[in-house]
Write a protein that binds this ligand. Sequence first.
Ligand SMILES: C[S@@+](CC[C@H](N)C(=O)[O-])C[C@H]1O[C@@H](n2cnc3c(N)ncnc32)[C@H](O)[C@@H]1O
Ligand SMILES: *[C@@H]1O[C@H](CO)[C@@H](O)[C@H](O)[C@H]1NC(C)=O
Ligand SMILES: CC(=O)N[C@H]1CO[C@H](CO)[C@@H](O)[C@@H]1O
Length: 246
Amino acid sequence: MEVSWLVVLLRICIQLLALPLYVLWFLGLWRPLWKKAFPHIMARLAVNYNEKMSAKKKELFSNLKDFAGPSGVLTLLEIGAGSGANFEFYPAGCRLICNDSNPYFNKFLSKSLSQNPHLQLESYVVAPAEDLQQIPNASVDVVVCTLVLCSVDCVERVLKEVLRVLRPGGAFYFMEHVAGAPSSWSLFWQQIYDPAWQVLTDGCHLARETWTDLEKAGFSELKLWHTRAPLKWHPTQPHIIGYAVK
Ligand SMILES: C[S@@+](CC[C@H](N)C(=O)[O-])C[C@H]1O[C@@H](n2cnc3c(N)ncnc32)[C@H](O)[C@@H]1O
Ligand SMILES: *[C@@H]1O[C@H](CO)[C@@H](O)[C@H](O)[C@H]1NC(C)=O
Ligand SMILES: CC(=O)N[C@H]1CO[C@H](CO)[C@@H](O)[C@@H]1O
């Protein structure tokens, strides 16, 4: 992505401000610290995010049941499930498969499961979303991911895996923060924060054009809306929401 000299200058300012954290990162101390701390931070943020986005989540997940298999049971895989912030939106009787690449989320995930007895946990999968080997081809009805594609190593590989594990006619639901529109203030500030943000958040990208990966992935149908999350001043405001059918 091409950026102006002003963006480069402001980037350097932000990186200078974050210098003490860069030093920790350089010494290899930041990542392990962040991995442990992030689940605690994210569990809180998720409560706040759900308050602001609950109408949108309810609307998005309202037709999940339409994708239940022939037996009427919905098998749902959530990738990057984090603290289980989406569990309350899943229909009763849903068979859930989930895990996260960060094991420190386990405690929060278990808590969320115990608060949502309407779900049956089928299994935890120990894997990054780029490589879901343990899950057979065409074995799930729905895959969900929210605020995950910003931080996976390779969106393209994740979508390939999603398409592999989905049964034909199954659906992939997403709610993701993405790059702002070209020439918008959102994108301007995202470009300034992005390099420091990526280092400090262990790989969360502020300006990913995730919708292009979804368009190219080879789903048979894509319902995608661009919207803004009501998160004041936040560089993660621009969002895409929707679902894609295999
Ligand atoms: C911002 S949190 C969102 C958590 C949750 N989905 C939510 O909406 O509250 C991003 C999550 O994705 C997980 N994650 C990051 N990279 C991943 C990968 N390659 N495979 C699976 N999970 C990943 C992180 O550990 C973290 O739990
Ligand atoms: C599973 O799907 C992948 C890619 O779609 C394919 O290459 C592989 O042969 C399939 N495996 C089985 C056991 O059908
Ligand atoms: C409960 C459970 O099985 N959680 C696993 C999730 O995946 C991580 C590694 O990615 C394992 O360490 C956890 O045990």
